[in-house]
Design a protein. Structure first.
Length: 285
């Protein structure tokens, strides 16, 4: 929480520096990107599960978005939960730091767009952790599972769930007063032997981009841009080169690092060239 607190304040300072010093002559846009899953209640008829899905989003996306895109302060769900658990643990104040009034004013509105990384959806349910457990998970009080019918990927946490993309975009529109949105990451991974005919990745992009299109056309979401993760296979955090997200395969055992397009690269480039889905009846455009 301390790290997140300082990150939000540092973001605000960076935005103000650009706004006051560089914007007039450069005409650029500056903002923050927030990574978030979509959360569905495990049982949509159970109020506890419905509440847990809301907490999941407020503790993940809302943690950073609420101060920047709403009022300069944390959302009430986080403030109440963390304060109550902190006091129950014998602390004199909440483990979630507080912004001063001047900091709130400094943070509020420090964005030109909403940057979003999104990959997958989870099903959530309520968990009551013992009072003595001090952690983000215990503060949130949520556990998540996935539906066994959802397609797998090369990452244990990433299930193919296109419907959640539209729901999250619509939620951001409603929750944060319809900001312009740029999707800064979206994609799917593979593991194991190289398969250049990556039909599952083509399916992923077709399905997710179609949900983004529905968000724009049917829900009125102000989606300004979309970028795939990623052009090339690369070093993926703790899993290194074992999980590959690239539209282009990279041979990491060859010092020259040769790169070859997968089938999904051709499909994606067609969407970019056409600014839309190819029509099977009339050709690519």
């Amino acid at each position: 929480y301390v790290v997140g607190h300082n990150l939000i304040k540092a973001h605000a300072e960076a935005w103000h520096v650009y706004n006051e010093t560089y914007r007039a002559k450069q005409g650029g846009l500056i903002s923050i990107t927030i990574n978030s899953d979509w959360a569905e209640p495990r049982n949509p008829h159970n109020q506890e599960d419905i509440d847990s899905a809301r907490r999941y989003l407020q503790f993940l996306l809302g943690w950073f978005a609420h101060p920047i895109f709403k009022n300069g302060d944390y959302n009430e769900v986080m403030k109440t939960r963390i304060r109550e658990r902190s006091l129950a643990q014998g602390l004199k104040k909440s483990r979630l730091p507080e912004f001063t009034e001047s900091e709130k004013q400094r943070i509020k509105g420090t964005y030109d767009y909403f940057g979003l990384n999104h990959y997958t959806t989870v099903l959530t349910y309520n968990v009551n952790y013992p009072a003595g457990v001090l952690s983000y998970d215990s503060d949130r009080g949520v556990a998540s599972v996935t539906d066994r019918s959802w397609l797998n990927s090369g990452s244990f946490w990433l299930k193919v769930t296109p419907f959640g993309f539209r729901k999250l975009l619509r939620w951001i529109k409603q929750e944060y007063n319809d900001p312009p949105i740029y999707v800064t990451e979206n994609g799917v991974s593979e593991r194991g032997a190289v398969d250049f005919n990556d039909t599952w990745r083509t399916h992923y992009y077709r399905s997710y981009i179609n949900e983004a299109l529905k968000a724009v056309v049917l829900d009125g979401v102000d989606l300004r841009g979309y970028t795939a993760w990623t052009l090339m296979d690369n070093f993926e955090w703790a899993v290194g080169y074992d999980e590959r997200f690239g539209l282009y395969h990279v041979n990491f055992t060859d010092p020259n690092l040769p790169r070859h397009p997968k089938a999904s690269a051709r499909f994606y480039s067609q969407i970019i060239n056409c600014n839309g889905f190819p029509d099977p009846a009339t050709g690519p455009h």
